[in-house]
Design a protein around this ligand. Structure first.
Ligand SMILES: Nc1ncnc2c1ncn2[C@@H]1O[C@H](COP(=O)(O)OP(=O)(O)OP(=O)(O)O)[C@@H](O)[C@H]1O
Length: 355
């Protein structure tokens, strides 16, 4: 997609949206509600006409404002699993899956072959004559995926396909989508506001912000290690933000009375603006020698890690410690005073947008 612009009336949702997805890739598009994820996907699939830009699918131009090309949705060869485009309750599984092919007037014998293939790929062989009401939520989603596969096993677009499922089923569906993708080498574009699902499933993640622009594209590791801005930092994973300020040559946490934490200018401080430190819970270390003192208000054991809520000045910080680290014999209990040291902290303009 290149230079796509879409407005609803006077409200321009996508101003200049460009995104390239490589064949065989699973790309997740995440971003806050209303930022334009569905709009971008509707433009890709042909359900709305951008005012500007070009869309190419497998080397074929399917939309170009300039060249006046606009291929209808059913001929774009994109499989779609939309939340509001789930299975049709009045049609059998077979008819649901066959629908996109019937619409394209594909011969009956060919339809039978492709439906059987799609049901096999989504593990629904044998359910051809079932009605959706006789299926579980997970099975209905599989039928929706099978139907997408009959449209295309090259590109499938999924818009929040699993939000209605319970946690266990959701996990299983993510694994299945991944397995199906590696069997068929399908390109998948997966839209969600569940960044954890996106990180679990996708090769690359595209993060959109409220104004409809893309603020970062990369792997989950890129997002966590090198977040492009404060918004990405706060959107992906758990984060603490602590205002900081320089006071007579020493850097202080600007909470309560000001708590000095560094005698030298920390790396990454932005000049000329009010800074805020972004720090992950895993990057806050308990250190008896540190001048930053806090009190553990709550300690929660989560199996692979301990989660602590530590009061420092007038702020509560989230600190995590892996269970393996706790094998050093030190125990940290509620009510205990601790010293805290910061590793890998990032600095952002305090005025910058966050989630
Ligand atoms: N048909 C429409 N007419 C007018 N405004 C619309 C229409 N569809 C979407 N919008 C507006 O466009 C913006 C983007 O909507 P869109 O559905 O693309 O967001 P989204 O990122 O997919 O959100 P969500 O995660 O909540 O589904 C929103 O402000 C929405 O209110």
């Amino acid at each position: 997609m290149e230079h796509i612009r879409v407005s609803y009336g006077s409200h321009t949702v996508l101003k200049d949206f460009s995104l390239t997805v490589e064949p065989g890739e699973i790309v997740g598009i995440v971003g806050p509600s209303g930022c334009g994820k569905t709009t971008a996907i509707r433009a890709l699939c042909g359900f709305l006409n951008p005012e500007m830009g070009e869309i190419t699918v497998n080397g074929r131009t399917v939309f170009s404002k300039k060249e006046r090309v606009n291929v209808p949705p059913e001929n774009r060869k994109i499989g779609i699993v939309f939340q509001d485009y789930a299975v049709w309750p009045h049609m059998s599984v077979y008819d649901n899956v066959a629908y996109p092919l019937k619409k394209r007037k594909v011969p009956k014998a060919e339809i039978a072959k492709r439906v059987s293939y799609a049901l096999e790929q989504s593990h629904m062989t044998g359910y051809e004559n079932y009605m959706p009401s006789q299926l579980s939520g997970g099975q209905q989603q599989r039928v929706a995926i099978a139907r997408a596969l009959t449209s295309s096993d090259d590109i499938i677009v999924m818009d929040e396909p699993i939000t209605n499922l319970d946690a266990k089923l959701r996990e299983e569906m993510l694994v299945e989508i991944r397995l199906m993708q590696s069997r068929l080498n399908t390109t998948i574009i997966y839209i969600t506001h569940d960044q954890e699902a996106a990180m679990q499933l996708c090769d690359r993640i595209v993060i959109m912000q409220k104004d409809g622009s893309i603020c970062q594209i990369g792997t989950d590791e890129d997002m966590i290690k090198n977040p492009a801005n404060r918004f990405v930092f706060s959107f992906i994973g758990v984060s603490n933000f602590i205002p900081v300020v320089e006071k007579s040559g020493s850097w202080c946490l600007d909470i309560g009375e000001g708590i000095p934490y560094s005698g030298v200018r920390p790396k990454g401080i932005l000049p000329g603006v009010k800074n805020v430190m972004g720090i992950r819970p895993m990057d806050i270390i308990f250190d008896d020698e540190s001048p930053v003192r806090g009190t553990i208000e709550q300690s929660v054991f989560l199996g692979s890690l301990f989660n602590y809520f530590v009061r420092v000045g007038d702020q509560e910080l989230r600190v995590q410690r892996s269970t393996l680290d706790s094998l050093d014999g030190r125990e940290y209990a509620e009510g205990q005073e601790v010293g805290l040291r910061f590793l890998n902290e990032k600095y952002y303009n305090a005025e910058e947008e966050r989630v």
